[in-house]
Design a protein. Structure first.
Lengths: 322, 260
């Protein structure tokens, strides 16, 4: 058995569909007979080819939102589409800033629960079953919906491999965006793109993360320098994000990003369950921590019981001299 | 300026969590504390009220067993009063039911200009409640705020994005969720702790809020747990003491993976 139809919330920037969207399309094809995308941008024609290649037969687009934050207008447009009699069995979005906004708004609008933080989806009979890791990924909880659909699901990025199916371009259909009144009042007036010299945290083959063991904010420079030398991306534990040392966008963990690089280097991170769920899918884990009892050593392939203030500078020097 | 802050009282993250085998939900029967994520919203609210030169901060929370210890922490920081919704009918509530309860409680606060929340709670971390509250109250919203300024009847927010941040402007009243690290939460003073003991906490039931008990808790959840299983464990590898040359081990390890 399979579902009849799934909608995947598509995100793209600069004419390129996000990897997490392609992952969701790939998975959705194995769960439902029809997969369609919902998009909110002025360039749906430009991405229809990529969406089709990964399995979407159609893309519904709101067109350019004119600077409005997407949550309200996109949720309203989807709700109107459903009220028009065109309801899918499930609507799936990535756990991204915008994905969460739209799913939350849609949940309130449709009066439907949304199951979040999932890492797997399957169909049992005619029911969608979701998997959510809890307690730092040590336990998997499977959940199903008991009320009427459409069922709303948020999935963590990197839960599935993105594989093209070789389909033709998705048909583009523009959908109406109902007037949101006062609730649609949030407008983007300016965008700031932060300079980044290396790969993004999501896509880097090597991630070097720092934690409270660094002792003080300035020492995060060692993490950045090592990441740069390895052509990787710097990341952080929640403790030092909470302390204001680095922005929230650096955070790896249950709250924050999930990373699965080839190599993950944890420097001065003890390995709270909060952190582990975001990085234990890495292929190789190297941990440096002065506490031999730190939980991070239970998941590391190479663990160094030592002082990050000694080991990191030595490592940086050794790599520089190569 | 009157600010409502939604706060959650959670089991101490220092204690390992556990699922109740009969109900399959997180055990929440021990002492609860203020979610650290919420201290940023409380601090931000206190600063906004001070900058505005008047007004007050009201806390809104939902917790079992009339739990107030986390609320007392936020009251000690300087919030004026709190509304606590506590009712056995709420056990098993999902994020949407939680938002319904908090939205009804927020409606009871007169003259609220702004509702602040954390980005997500530390124990449930769905991250959808702020938008669900805004949707139910038909208010505009801005999520993932890393900086907030009030300019007349507009809230100006630096909103975290994948690429950096966006400047977002939104008319008040509005719901704004704040990321951690946005401000440095104050520690309650001794005077604050003493004063908090006599600050009003209005404890309400689902019926007080005019909510149908069947739309919240287990009855209204719209989802059920199929199974709970241990995830495949990752094997621990080699662990060695740094003898001054451990960095060479790391270089050799990276070399072996051909990533250098």
């Amino acid at each position: 058995m399979a579902l009849t139809k799934i909608w995947v919330l598509a995100e793209a920037s600069d004419g390129k569909v996000s990897t997490s969207t392609l992952e969701l399309l790939t998975k959705a094809r194995s769960l439902a007979g029809t997969v369609e995308a919902i998009y909110f941008g002025g360039d749906a024609d430009a991405i229809a080819g990529q969406l089709g290649e990964y399995g979407a037969s159609k893309v519904y687009t709101t067109g350019d939102l004119g600077g409005a934050l997407p949550g309200v207008p996109v949720a309203n447009a989807i709700a109107a589409l459903i009220e028009g009699g065109n309801a899918p069995d499930a609507i799936v979005a990535a756990t991204s800033y915008t994905g969460r906004d739209i799913a939350g708004r849609l949940s309130a609008k449709l009066d439907r629960t949304v199951i979040t933080n999932n890492t797997d989806l399957e169909v049992d009979g005619d029911k969608l079953v979701t998997t959510e890791p809890v307690f730092g990924g040590s336990t998997d909880v499977k959940t199903t919906f008991t009320a009427a659909g459409p069922h709303l699901v948020l999935v963590r990025p990197k839960s599935f491999a993105a594989e093209p199916a070789g389909g033709g371009a998705a048909a583009v259909e523009t959908i109406a965006v109902p007037d949101a009144g006062r609730s649609g009042g949030a407008k983007i007036v300016n965008r700031h793109v932060e300079e980044r010299s290396g790969p993004s945290l999501d896509e880097a083959a090597i991630v070097v993360s720092g934690g409270r063991g660094l002792g003080e904010q300035d020492k995060f420079e060692m993490v950045e320098e090592l990441a740069k030398l390895l052509n990787g991306a710097p990341g952080a534990s929640r403790a030092i994000v909470d302390a204001g040392w680095v922005p929230y966008s650096y955070q790896v963990g249950q709250t924050g990003k999930v990373v699965k690089p080839t190599v993950y280097i944890a420097a001065g991170i003890s390995g709270a369950t909060q952190h582990m769920v975001g990085m234990k899918g890495s292929k190789n884990i190297i941990a440096i921590n002065k506490d031999a009892e730190a939980p991070i050593f239970s998941v590391s392939d190479l663990g160094i019981v030592g002082d990050v203030h000694k080991v990191l500078p030595q490592l940086i020097e050794a790599l520089k001299s190569r | 300026m009157n600010v409502v802050v939604c706060v959650k009282q959670i089991p101490d993250p220092a204690d390992p969590g556990a699922l109740d085998p009969s109900t399959k939900t997180l055990k929440r029967d021990g002492k609860l504390i203020l979610d650290e994520s919420d201290a940023y919203g409380v601090e931000m609210a206190l600063q906004l009220v001070t900058n505005a030169g008047g007004g007050e901060v009201t806390l809104v929370s939902m917790a079992p067993n009339g739990e107030v210890s986390g609320l007392r922490t936020a009251l000690a920081m300087g919030a004026a009063k709190a509304i606590l919704v506590s009712d056995d009918a709420l056990a098993g509530s999902d994020a949407l039911a939680t938002a319904k309860v908090l939205a009804k409680a927020i409606e009871r606060v007169e003259g609220a200009d702004l509702v602040l929340t954390a980005t997500e709670s530390s124990d449930g971390y769905t991250g959808t409640v702020p938008e669900q509250i805004a949707g139910l109250l038909d208010l505009p919203s801005v999520t993932f705020a890393k900086q907030i300024q009030i300019d007349g009847s507009t809230v100006k927010v630096q909103r975290q994005t994948e690429a950096g941040y966006d400047d977002v402007e939104c008319p008040l009243p509005a719901v704004v969720s704040v990321t951690a690290g946005v401000v440095e939460p104050r520690y309650p003073s001794f005077k604050g702790i003493m004063a908090a003991k006599s600050k009003p906490v209005d404890t309400l039931t689902v019926a007080d809020l005019g909510i149908d008990a069947g739309s919240v808790g287990w009855a209204g959840a719209g989802q059920s747990i199929v199974s709970i299983a241990e995830a495949p464990a990752r094997e621990a590898g080699e662990v060695l003491e740094d003898d001054g040359a451990a960095f060479e081990k790391i270089v050799a390890y990276l070399d072996n993976l051909k990533v250098l």
